[in-house]
Design a protein around this ligand. Sequence first.
Ligand SMILES: Cc1ncc(C[n+]2csc(CCOP(=O)(O)OP(=O)(O)O)c2C)c(N)n1
Ligand SMILES: [Mg+2]
Length: 372
Amino acid sequence: MSTAVSARAAEHSAGLDDPLVALDDSGTRCPSAVLDGHLADVDETMLTDLYVDMAIARRVDEEAFALTRQGELVLWPPSLGQEAAQVGSARALRGTDFVFSSYREHGVALMRGVGLDELLAVWRGTTQSGWDPYERGMATPQIIIGAQTLHAAGYAMGIRMDGGDDAAIAYFGDGATSEGDANEAMVFASAFRAPVVLFCQNNQYAISEPVSVQSRSPLAARAIGFGIPALRVDGNDVLAVLAATRIALQRARRGGGPTFVEAVTYRVGPHTTTDDPTRYRDDEEVAAWRGKDPLDRLLRHLGGAGAREDRVREEAQVRCDQVARELRTAVTAIPVPATDAMFDHVFTGPTRRLERQRAEHRAFSASIEGDR
Ligand SMILES: Cc1ncc(C[n+]2csc(CCOP(=O)(O)OP(=O)(O)O)c2C)c(N)n1
Ligand SMILES: [Mg+2]
């Protein structure tokens, strides 16, 4: 690849020094030469819908967190604080696009129509795969850090070979950008001009490892070296995220290849429900990021634009309470599978070794039956 490719990528990049913003921390609309052309259809109804979607994503997260403490779920990776990054980007997609996510994109899954029982079954430990990817246009969560970027790049190469105008989007974290997989995905996406959005939620930490230890330059800047244009946005600003994702998708659909979007955000909660973040970060840092809360910011913007903030909040509250009730009912209704069902879907059919393991497992279960 020639240096001209990187020069072109740099030319189409924005926000590398200061993340692009449409709504500042106080909810004031800031003009943006890059983003505004992609926000022309935003009206009060759409802003309210985005607020309600983010509020529901937050409530589902809160409820799931509480359910781990009640022993109803085994583990949960919280998405608190990342609602704008997830809802804003997912709302830019169309149904026939395809999402490849990590384990934290609950807000994205909800926007794709994933059912509450489907979302939670994996975290209840009753299934290895919660939903039908083709029904939802979204693969089930990837736990291997960064692997889904390769899946997305490959899927997008397929779209291009088929001559379609859909796109794939890979959601991954700041930590994933340090993995070989994410870098290989950028090589393939760029070389094959794959219609893929590489959507990095930089939530500042890979478990306890701060992003400053992982990279001396903004993560988005790395993409340019691969010949991929990069957009770096305020990830707690739902409008900036929506617009940036729209720009990336438009480029993909028009044959312009991949775009790297870095949404600069913050993981307000722990890495998972088994993590204690007070051991590696201080309260002031968390408080500073809470001041940039994506929901508060949008609500203030709605208020400034003439909407009744209390009415919007009330509408969201009613919907959230309903979702919370549905969620609790759905979780306890998830069927408990037979223990040896875990051997059923390892390969398309049984193998001798698997059958031997199944038999050993049955014998072991029977041997401890009396101890239960
Ligand atoms: C290949 C691989 N290495 C290590 C891990 C263990 N691990 C789980 S989450 C995580 C941190 C990932 O951080 P980041 O990509 O920033 O995503 P975040 O959890 O912040 O959303 C690590 C190292 C893993 N799951 N897969
Ligand atoms: Mg991270």
